[in-house]
Every structure is written in structure tokens, then in C-alpha cells.
Design a protein around this ligand. Structure first.
Ligand code: FAD
Length: 492
């Protein structure tokens, strides 16, 4: 077989660029010649600090040592996200990464819980989840015999530098410079080379666009087009600022809804990341600045930075000989910390279908189809957070509550309302437990459920729930505090 795609050029050195460089270098480095072009003058978006558990699988694939990674990125452990003021002002629930309770082959745990709740002896749904209770207690432990489901909060800039050092060990070449133009091949229309401001031409067989929101290659050069999702996900701005820590780091991200969006708080070992996400139609920039300034703790370490975006996706993520990863491929706002996952899953898929013999339409279609299906499932999950609300205290929330939603999501909601069933989609990143925690956390309760709980006596059902809770309480009580564990495991 002729090996036709050998020279890979990565445009952009943010989290996306250095993650794909690390993976191509480590996994296919002996077969490829990889160059990354980035411009220090332009810099990176500088946010993206909360992750989900799939990051651990990706690191494992690359052979990244967790302690080194955490030390170098000042990372903390993350067990979930606390949503405040979403269902109604004053509400709070945690969407944890864990499994809630235990069901059986006939039905998931929510059926038992709903039965017990109707009979008046169920605790809160989250009381039956180990990770959620550990998060509430500020405790953490991981080890061979502790299958905790966790992710990280990390310093995005430090993560980029960590991945750069990692990539360079595996032969990835870094080229500093601003890309001035993208040269297309006159005959095929493929990208032939990136031309830097210095005049240098960087030729390649396959180009990876990691240039951020602009999409210098996939959009400016190849005119792929963008599918806009702002009618479902209306926020378009974020104001980010870093502050000093005032307390030991929490094991969860805080996502605090306000009357025109929400605010994140992400605890790292050495500081806290904060950001106000908002819809500019309902909140002015000045009001956003005041609101953020009024709701941060600790000394401000950076000037607030405004970031504008348009939610949606590139019509295809692989066009001609260019694959877009990261912000250049689209953006579903950061509410469930899914962007870095999408970069990593995109890379895993690219590795699996790497076009050694030449780029073909079926390969591109296959890649695009998988990416689009996964993106749409994530989109639906995020839209759910805005739709499932009883808030009507502002025009923003009234609009969210009343908006039309994708049919796929409408079907899931209706199914749950009628029967407590959660439709498991094979492309879905989020498991049944995630959908349940968010739906019920935001006051969506089913009218009926599977009566598997009624097959037990009340004492049996009560005893089952009590034992589950006792086991969790005992296990959580034996864990060290998050801070103590970090000090032992990976503190600087
Ligand atoms: P960027 O970081 O913008 O990097 C672009 C790169 O391209 C830079 O190196 C730049 O120098 C280079 N470049 C651009 N133009 C040129 C040129 N002409 N010549 C040379 N180089 C060029 N994700 C999560 O997973 N969790 C989160 O909690 C999270 N929070 C977020 C919050 C906000 C408000 C936003 C906007 C995003 C968030 N994300 C989050 C997404 C996350 O930040 C990105 O997915 C991630 O940082 C990857 O960005 P990127 O590498 O695609 O782009």
C-alpha cells in the first residue's frame, strides 16, 4: 500500500493543537512527520479548565502519568458540577460523575426511588450516589481498590505547556509564526500549504485546524459553513477572571445561574477560575462586569477578559484534507465541560481512521457522521438545562422555558415524563444517571414509573435504600479530605 499521508501540519497551539500533537506524536510518531504552527502574538483563548472523566482514558492512551500531569497543571479532582438556581431561584443539585443507586435488568434505580418516594421514605435522589456524597463532604480518594469516577480542574495555559513538552519528546516540531494565507491547490481545491507572515511555506498532506473560533483553514479558506444553534443555546459572551483561593478547593465546579445566563467557579490548587456566561441581548457588558465583580471571592489576579462566541457547529469537521478540532469545529457552551472531551474524542477517531492510503470521501463521511451525532447528543443535554426550568423571573429564562427544542430532546423529555425511562442513545456521552440527575434536579418528575419497587414489601424497599445509604456514608467517612489527598498525591 502506498503511504500517501505522511506530513501532518497542525495550525494553532491551544489545548486542541497541543493535544492532537501529543497524540499523533506518541501514537503514530514513527510513521508521520508532524509540525505545529502557532503564534505567540495571537495567544490562546485561555479558558477551558473543567473536564469530565473521559480525560483519564485519553491520558491513559497516551501514557501520561496522572501525578505529573496534576502537579504541572495545578489540578484538583472533580466529582461533578453543582447547579445553583437552575430549576428555580434557590434550588441546588449536583450532577455527579457517579452512578446513583442500583437497579436491576428490568429497570434503573429511579424506579425504586420513585416508589419509595411516593411511600414517603426515600431520601434525596443524590443521597444514593457515592461520588455525590463525597463531593458534598469535601472528601476524595483514588486508588486501585477505589473505582471513583472523577475528572479534573486544571490550569489551561499550564496544560498547553505540559502537552507541548510531551509532544516535543515524540518528535513534533513547533514553528512559531503568524499564518498569513492558506494556499489551495488549483486543481483539487485541497490545502497545499500554510504561508506565514515571514513568507515561509509549510506544506502538508493533512492539515489540522486548531486556530480557535475563527477557523482559519476550515472556514476562511475552505468555506465549510456553520450551523447556528443560538436559538437553542442563546448565550454568546463570557467574562473570565482569575482570583486567589480563599478556602480549600471544592471537588466540584459551581454553575450558578443568574437572570441572563450563569457563572462558573473552578477551584485549582493555586487559584480559582471564574467566568460570567451571558446572553448579550439581556445583559450589557457593563452590567456583566459589575455582576461578576460582585460575585467573586479573593483578590483578583487578572483583568476580566471578554470572550464572544456563537454556539453551533461547523457543517463538517473534516473538509477536503483539513480536520477541525477544538473551537474551530464549533462550540456548545461550557456548561457541562464538554469541549476538551470533544477534542480528545475527535483525535481518537482520527487515529482510528487515519487515512494512510489517501483521504477518501467515505472516511471523511464516517468521521463527520460520528462527530455530528455525538455533538447533537451533547447539545440536547445542554439545552435540557435551559428548558427544564420553572424560572420566570427574567425575559432570558422566560425565553428558555418557552423555546422550541430539538425533536430528539422533546422525545427524551416526553418519554421520561410519561414513564421515567431515559432513552439510551449509543452516541450519547452522558449516561442515564446524568440525564436523571439533571432532569430531576431541575424539577422534572415523571407521572409514572416501572413498579419494580412494588414487588418488594415496604420493609424490603426501605431496607434496600437504608443499606445503600449506610454503605456510602461509611465509605465516604473513611476517605481523606480533598486537600489532604492532593497534598499527598500531587501537590507542588
Ligand atoms: P485556542 O485556545 O483559541 O487556540 C488557537 C490557537 O491558534 C492559538 O495557539 C493561536 O495562537 C493559534 N492561531 C490562531 N490564528 C493564528 C494564525 N493566524 N497564525 C498562527 N497561529 C494562529 N472546555 C472545557 O472542556 N471545559 C471548560 O470548562 C471550558 N470552558 C470554556 C469557557 C469559555 C468561556 C469558552 C469560550 C470555552 C471553554 N471551553 C471549555 C472550551 C475550551 O476553552 C477549548 O475547547 C480549548 O481551550 C481549545 O481551544 P482551541 O485550542 O481550539 O483554541
Amino acid at each position: 500500500m502506498e503511504h500517501r499521508v505522511r506530513k501532518v501540519v497542525i495550525a494553532g497551539g491551544g489545548t486542541a493543537g497541543w493535544t492532537v500533537a501529543a497524540a499523533l506524536g506518541k501514537v503514530l510518531g514513527t510513521l508521520l512527520d508532524v509540525t505545529l504552527v502557532e503564534s505567540d502574538d495571537i495567544g490562546t483563548v485561555g479558558v477551558g479548565e473543567a473536564t469530565i472523566p473521559t480525560m483519564r482514558t485519553f491520558h491513559h492512551l497516551l501514557g501520561i502519568d496522572e501525578r505529573d500531569f496534576m502537579r504541572e497543571t495545578n489540578a484538583t479532582f472533580k466529582l461533578g458540577i453543582a447547579f445553583e438556581n437552575w430549576g428555580e431561584v434557590g434550588d441546588r443539585y449536583i450532577h455527579s460523575f457517579g452512578t446513583v443507586g442500583r437497579g436491576n435488568w428490568m429497570g434503573d434505580f429511579q424506579n425504586l426511588w420513585l416508589e419509595a418516594r411516593e411511600k414517603g421514605f426515600a431520601g434525596e435522589f443524590g443521597e444514593y450516589c457515592f461520588e455525590l456524597q463525597a463531593a458534598e463532604a469535601g472528601r476524595f480518594y483514588t486508588g486501585e481498590k477505589a473505582p471513583t469516577s472523577y475528572a479534573f480542574h486544571l490550569d489551561a495555559t499550564a496544560y498547553g505547556q505540559f502537552l507541548r513538552r510531551f509532544s516535543e519528546q515524540y518528535g513534533v516540531r513547533r514553528q512559531e509564526g503568524k499564518i498569513a494565507t492558506v494556499d489551495l491547490d488549483g486543481e483539487s481545491g485541497d490545502i497545499a500549504a500554510l504561508v506565514l507572515e515571514s513568507g515561509e511555506r509549510i506544506e502538508g498532506d493533512l492539515f489540522i485546524d486548531c486556530t480557535g473560533f475563527r477557523g482559519l483553514l476550515i472556514e476562511d479558506a475552505l468555506k465549510t459553513g456553520y450551523e447556528d444553534w443560538t436559538h437553542w443555546l442563546p448565550t454568546d459572551s463570557a467574562l473570565a477572571v482569575q482570583t486567589q483561593s480563599v478556602a480549600e478547593p471544592l471537588t466540584y465546579t459551581r454553575a450558578m445561574a443568574h437572570d441572563a445566563g450563569w457563572q462558573w467557579r473552578i477551584p485549582l490548587q493555586h487559584r480559582v477560575g471564574n467566568g460570567l456566561v451571558f446572553c448579550s441581548e439581556y445583559l450589557s457588558d457593563d452590567a456583566a462586569r459589575d455582576r461578576l465583580a460582585g460575585n467573586i471571592e479573593g483578590e483578583q489576579l487578572t483583568e476580566p477578559r471578554m470572550i464572544r462566541y456563537r454556539t453551533g457547529r461547523r457543517k463538517s469537521m473534516w473538509t477536503r484534507n483539513c480536520v477541525a478540532l477544538g473551537l474551530s469545529s464549533g462550540f456548545i457552551e461550557p456548561l457541562e465541560s464538554t469541549s476538551i472531551h470533544l477534542i480528545q474524542i475527535g483525535i481518537t477517531r482520527l487515529l482510528k481512521c487515519f487515512p494512510f492510503g489517501g483521504i477518501s470521501e467515505p472516511t471523511r463521511d464516517h468521521f463527520n457522521e460520528l462527530m455530528i451525532k455525538e455533538l447533537e447528543c451533547i447539545r440536547d443535554f445542554i439545552v435540557l438545562h435551559y428548558k427544564a426550568t420553572e424560572r420566570d423571573d427574567s425575559p432570558f429564562w422566560q425565553r428558555c422555558r418557552d423555546m422550541a427544542i430539538p425533536d430528539s430532546l422533546a422525545h427524551r423529555i416526553e418519554l421520561f415524563r410519561q414513564s421515567a425511562l431515559v432513552h439510551p442513545d449509543p452516541h450519547d456521552l452522558f449516561r442515564v444517571d446524568s440525564w436523571l440527575q439533571v432532569m430531576m434536579g431541575q424539577r422534572m418528575m415523571p407521572q409514572a414509573w416501572h413498579r419494580m419497587g412494588a414487588l418488594m414489601t415496604d420493609d424490603q424497599l426501605r431496607g434496600t435504600l437504608v443499606r445503600m445509604k449506610e454503605n456510602i456514608t461509611r465509605a465516604v467517612g473513611q476517605m481523606p479530605t480533598h486537600q489532604a489527598f492532593i497534598e499527598r498525591y500531587c501537590a507542588n
